[in-house]
Design a protein around this ligand. Structure first.
Ligand SMILES: NC(=O)c1ccc[n+]([C@@H]2O[C@H](COP(=O)([O-])OP(=O)(O)OC[C@H]3O[C@@H](n4cnc5c(N)ncnc54)[C@H](O)[C@@H]3O)[C@@H](O)[C@H]2O)c1
Ligand SMILES: [Zn+2]
Ligand SMILES: [Zn+2]
Length: 362
């Protein structure tokens, strides 16, 4: 089958003929119908690094074509969405419903010493995040897959796997935003827009979105932002304090650049919480003044994958979409072929592009 291989840091995405093993144990063979371009994959390929060569791609939707002998949760013909959340189902965190912080995520992978799932030129290829969606087919542990209704279109379905779980999940699960509360979303990209949708579902009273691109802020209004602030031209801390009067209850940082995160901290009202989600560089983070944080009873929380439970949340967001209560169509700005990943990422720099999705795997 064809797969896009990243051979090393900074070496881009190159389509190669890659061998996929037959499903063993709890593995499911998925014919990929849509694969979203998330920024995190570009970060892995350009500055985070890891094991190479690797097939990246972790926003995957497709059809089950074959299942391993121990699979019980899906069957051939099911439409599924994959998620990079890897969980064992048996550790204390999994049993407590917190599968996103499972102690044994490696339970979803083949053990060292077992034949690899992917081979290229006779040598193993790493399968990014247990998914490897930049390919015609993928072999995925059943715990990483959720079934969606057949009528759910492929491109928006793929986005649910990461961008939606992360953005909407941060608001609905991690923050548990209550009706009437004040929410600030910093970074109006593909993930931030799902946070806006999540804030609407939660009934947030005020939804303020900041970005440095007017085009993205216009789109944020269409998604349901009550206020937008261009932080290139307006001081966003003053703007948020002006709008809210007393600071925000929840500030979500989808940018992950130190000066931006520091602004987020200063936007908090008493009892406010800052959520760290975006990673704009290796030094992403924030300094917290103990005096300020304690006097305002403020918190800083890192948020992984929107604290999502993928088996519950992926079908939930699909149903929100099908009911017209979650806008995913306007996030699919462009559909591309498997060979066009690099130009796809390039086009994400353009202020009008939200998400690019591979839908042509020929
Ligand atoms: N924590 C997690 O589990 C998790 C999961 C998925 C993605 N992420 C991360 O979330 C982040 C957002 O992802 P995305 O796909 O939406 O990225 P994106 O590039 O589409 O969005 C980032 C947005 O930030 C804006 N921006 C840049 N500099 C800014 C500034 N100074 N002030 C305000 N806005 C600014 C950009 O214009 C852009 O609209 C990425 O860093 C990604 O790696 C985290
Ligand atoms: Zn992602
Ligand atoms: Zn576990």
């Amino acid at each position: 089958m064809k797969a896009s291989v990243t051979k090393g840091l900074g070496q881009g995405f190159v389509v190669e003929e890659v061998e996929l093993a037959a499903p063993a144990g709890h593995e499911v063979r998925v014919e990929v119908r849509a694969s979203g371009l998330c920024h995190s994959d570009l970060s892995v390929a350009t500055f985070i690094g890891g094991e190479f060569p690797v097939v990246l791609g972790h926003e995957v939707a497709g059809v089950v074509t074959e299942v391993g002998p121990e699979v019980t949760q899906v069957k051939s013909g099911d439409h599924v969405v994959g998620s990079l959340i890897q969980y064992c189902g048996a550790c204390v965190n999994c049993l407590g419903g917190r599968t996103h912080i499972c102690f044994h995520p490696e339970a979803t992978l083949r053990a060292p010493g077992q034949a690899p799932r992917l081979n290229w030129n006779g040598a193993p290829v790493v399968q990014g995040m247990g998914l490897g969606g930049f390919a015609q087919e993928a072999l995925i542990h059943e715990n990483q897959l959720a079934i969606i209704p057949d009528e759910m279109p492929w491109a928006p379905a793929a986005l649910i796997g990461c961008g939606v779980l992360t953005g909407a999940g941060a608001v609905l699960n991690s923050a548990d935003v209550q009706q009437g509360e004040t929410v600030v979303i910093m970074g109006a990209g593909g993930v931030g827009m799902n946070a806006v949708s999540g804030a609407r579902i939660a009934g947030a009273g005020t939804i303020i979105v900041t970005d440095i691109e007017d085009g993205k802020l216009e789109r944020a209004k269409a998604f349901g932002a009550t206020h937008v602030v261009n932080s290139r031209t307006t001081d966003p801390v003053e703007a948020v304090r002006g709008i809210t009067g007393h600071g925000a209850d929840h500030v979500f940082d989808f940018v992950g650049v130190r000066p931006v995160t520091a602004q987020g901290m200063r936007m908090l009202g008493k009892g406010g919480v800052l959520y760290l989600i975006g990673v704009g560089g290796n030094d992403a983070g924030v300094d917290v003044s103990a005096m300020v944080a304690l006097s305002g009873s403020q918190k800083v929380q890192g948020v992984y994958m929107g604290s999502s439970n993928l088996k519950r949340d992926i079908p939930f967001y699909a149903s929100m979409y099908l009911q017209g209560r979650m806008n995913l169509d306007d996030l699919v700005s462009k559909e591309i072929g498997l060979a066009d990943i690099e130009s796809g990422y390039e086009s994400l720099k353009d202020g009008t592009t939200a998400r690019v999705v591979i839908t042509d795997f020929s």
